[in-house]
Ligand binder design. Structure first.
Ligand code: PRX
Length: 659
């Protein structure tokens, strides 16, 4: 049972001053794609509105039914329509005479290593890859794991899968071999596509080694397809391993796309839940692409001459929806950057904005806060006048960072769209419309036209806007109506799907997002963060249970408890409390280093705890449940809340002593 009043602390000064509105300029509003009128239209006829948005796409067979919710929570959108997702993202732009338009300005991490790819070239590349995948025996419904850095071939691979009705499961290349292996196994992937190595801050590091380790005992994997990126040495398993340049690049660039049902599964994307086992979130074709295209067009106000840049990695949902499917379905020109923002130095992003004349820049609050720390002299050293719209995603953006972003990157004029959504929602759900909304720094504002969200209390009663402001009461953020890009399930686990998202408000039939939120007096939504055991580290979603399970995998560890503590740069930071086994005799001198390495190997370096405290005991309730709330208080240096339900309140003295 969740507490009826959820206490969430928001970073810095969110509540301290009355929020200021930032309306769009008259000039921006005058040419904006979205006007206020679409809210009314969607409100008057929601399904009719979505049917209209679906016509942004090219359908091989037009649909006659918009939504089938008869088997809720398993939705079907546009079910009797057929389409090919890759055709919509590539071929139709070539057919419309835009084959010479640059689809991707690709910027490699090594300075000077860049490539422009037109829509016509992309069509040839995707067709070659589709032919090569077919030759390897892949057909509609199969799964392919993609474990690659941000190279154009990763996008080509995703689109080739989409073209064939094959599901891709992109695994972030920062994940470890163990994490990759678990995802390959769960999906029973037949093919893994990877690179020999990847550039990490100027150094070539092996990537295929992790694949070799991950697939060693995976009978489902028939082939490993390898793009040569760094030229680093690789081990080779003849028969299983194939070079991309010897297969894909030799294949025919002619390929006729087949139309699939709108509900054909498009991809699987694993994300952290409240247990140690990642969930394979399933997305399908027609509804997903409709909302990806619609939201991208309206939230980012995309025009034919824009140069759009989303800085996410294709390993996360933002890369799926707002690098691959949204932008390409809309035929835009975009920048794709391979490396880190600090390679070779912290000017890199601004160099790229200047080089390509980027007009729309979509990034994460954690990066903005990093730029703030580095100082405004860095953006000031560049001509950023091409930028006309800025976006934020992945975690709450604190008003101070919002204002800094607008003033020092957006010349004090660019609208900012703070976009709330999740892997599960598939596309943006709550966001300002840049030519309409008078945005408030720190608020994602209101649901997009066609979307319905509410903030409710324990009993499902909607909070009254403004009424909670003084007390900072937080409610549960729910989505009370189905939406086209909603997840269709968890791979192979319908029960977990129902239980995780639909059981909290089962009576009402609402989706519970896992986030706490509040309304301000104007009814705008302020998302405050997760209220389950999921952490948000630099916008990366990691569950406490995953990290705990990695820690107890170390032979010296008896028990571990992990919490996310507020961090000024990364939003949250991982703090672990560990009890060692008696046999470990207090652990070796470098036990903390060993444990950090263990987490890195089991999950990823991004999941390494900022702090690990070796403690004699953990605070538990009489029923044996670890009291994470109290550990969070300790980690954040706060006074302890109610400890009366603890078996042994004195345990805190010991924990504090070890900090
Ligand atoms: O807690 C919310 C936070 O990120 C979670 C979703 O994480 P993930 O599935 O990895 O997708 C991230 C990219 C869409 C949400 O439950 N979150 C995402 N965007 C925002 C946010 N929190 C506040 N404001 C946002 N704009």
């Amino acid at each position: 049972m969740q507490p009826s009043v959820i206490k969430l602390t928001r970073m810095t000064e969110a509540h301290t001053e009355a929020p200021t509105h930032y309306p769009p300029s008259a000039a921006f509003a005058a040419t904006a794609n979205a006007t206020a009128e679409i809210y009314d239209r969607a409100e008057a006829d929601r399904l009719g509105f979505w049917a209209e948005q679906a016509k942004r796409l090219s359908w091989a067979t037009p649909f006659t039914e918009v939504l089938d919710w008869s088997e809720a929570p398993f939705a079907k959108w546009f079910a009797d329509g057929t389409l090919n997702v890759a055709y919509n993202c590539v071929d139709r732009h070539v057919e419309a005479g835009n084959g010479d338009r640059v689809a991707i300005h690709w910027e490699g991490e090594p300075v000077g290593d860049a490539r422009d790819i037109t829509y016509a070239q992309l069509k040839d590349d995707v067709s070659r890859a589709a032919n090569a995948l077919t030759a390897l025996g892949l057909s509609a419904g199969d799964r392919v794991a993609i474990y690659m850095p941000m190279v154009p071939e990763a996008i080509v691979a995703m689109l080739a899968c989409a073209r064939l009705g094959v599901m891709h499961s992109v695994v972030f290349a920062g994940f470890s071999a163990t994490a990759l292996g678990a995802r390959v196994e769960d999906a029973a992937a037949k093919l893994v596509i990877t690179t020999d190595g990847q550039y990490r801050r100027g150094q070539a590091a092996s990537l295929k080694t992790a694949v070799d380790e991950a697939v060693a005992n995976q009978p489902s994997v028939e082939h490993v397809l390898v793009v040569k990126r760094t030229g680093i040495d690789v081990d080779w398993t003849p028969g299983r391993d194939l070079w991309w340049h010897e297969t894909v690049e030799q294949a025919s660039p002619e390929h006729t796309p087949e139309a699939f049902d709108a509900e054909q599964p498009l991809f699987l994307l694993y994300t952290s839940g409240t247990t140690g086992k990642p969930k394979g979130i399933v997305h399908t074709s027609g509804g997903f692409l409709t909302q990806a295209s619609y939201s991208h067009h309206n939230v980012f106000d995309i025009k034919a001459d824009d140069v759009y840049w989303c800085t996410a990695d294709i390993g996360w949902v933002t890369g799926h929806t707002y690098i691959v499917y949204g932008p390409l379905s809309n035929g835009v020109t975009q920048v794709v950057y391979e490396g880190t923002p600090t390679s070779p130095n912290e000017h890199r992003h601004f160099d790229i904005i200047e080089k390509y004349g980027v007009t729309i820049y979509y990034t994460a609050p954690t990066l903005i806060r990093t730029f703030m720390k580095l100082g405004r002299q860095i953006p000031e050293a560049h001509d950023l006048s091409s930028l006309r719209l800025l976006g934020s995603v992945g975690e709450p953006i604190n008003p101070e960072a919002w204002r800094w972003y607008r003033d020092h990157i957006g010349a004090g004029t660019a609208p900012i769209v703070d976009t709330w959504w999740q892997t599960e929602t598939g596309a943006i759900m709550i966001s300002p419309l840049p030519g309409v909304t008078a945005a408030k720094p720190g608020s994602a504002m209101t649901p997009l036209p066609g979307i319905s969200a509410k903030i409710v209390d324990d009993n499902g009663v909607e909070l009254v806007p403004g009424a909670d402001e003084a007390e900072h009461v937080t409610g549960y953020l729910v989505l009370d109506k189905p939406w086209p890009s909603m997840l269709r399930g968890i791979w192979g686990d319908d029960e977990r799907f129902k239980d995780t998202y639909w059981s909290r408000f089962a009576e009402q039939g609402w989706y519970f997002a896992g986030d706490g939120a509040r309304y301000d007096a104007d009814g705008n939504i302020w998302v405050l963060g997760r209220i389950d055991d999921v952490m948000n580290i630099s916008g990366h979603r990691i569950s406490t249970a995953e990290v705990e399970s990695a820690l107890v995998g170390h032979s010296g560890v008896a028990e571990a408890a992990v919490v996310g503590a507020t961090d000024a740069t990364t939003g949250q930071a991982i703090c672990a409390f560990v009890i060692l086994k008696e046999s470990a005799h207090g652990g070796s001198d470098n036990i903390v280093d060993e444990l950090r390495a263990q987490v890195s190997t089991e999950i990823s370096p991004i999941a390494k705890p900022r702090e690990i405290h070796i403690v004699p005991e953990l605070p538990k309730t009489r029923s044996g449940k670890i009291m994470r709330r109290l550990l969070r208080d300790v980690a954040e240096g706060r006074d302890l809340g109610d400890t009366s339900t603890l078996v042994d309140p004195s345990v805190f003295e010991a924990i504090r002593a070890s900090k």
